[in-house]
Design a protein around this ligand. Structure first.
Ligand code: SF4
Ligand code: SF4
Length: 62
């Protein structure tokens, strides 16, 4: 059991909020956009979902 993360890059404004808010350092910031670097570390807390102003992020239990 784990978590899958999807980012809608068409909506992302690159404000880095998700990167800074994630308590598990799942994201890295590259070329102005967040990338999922450590998916195995995801806690499924949805903090990134809540802080994203554009509704770009979906976290799903898999
Ligand atoms: S759900 Fe929580 S742990 Fe997972 S990427 Fe988002 S903020 Fe980080
Ligand atoms: S919080 Fe949302 S808009 Fe901001 S960098 Fe992350 S995915 Fe993009």
């Amino acid at each position: 059991m784990g978590w899958d993360i999807e980012i809608d890059y068409d909506k992302c404004v690159g404000d880095e909020e998700c990167v800074n808010a994630c308590p598990a350092s799942v994201y890295e910031f590259e070329d102005g956009k967040p990338v999922i670097a450590e998916l195995d570390e995801c806690l499924g807390c949805e903090t990134c979902v809540e802080v994203c102003p554009e509704g770009c992020i979906t976290v799903t239990e898999v």
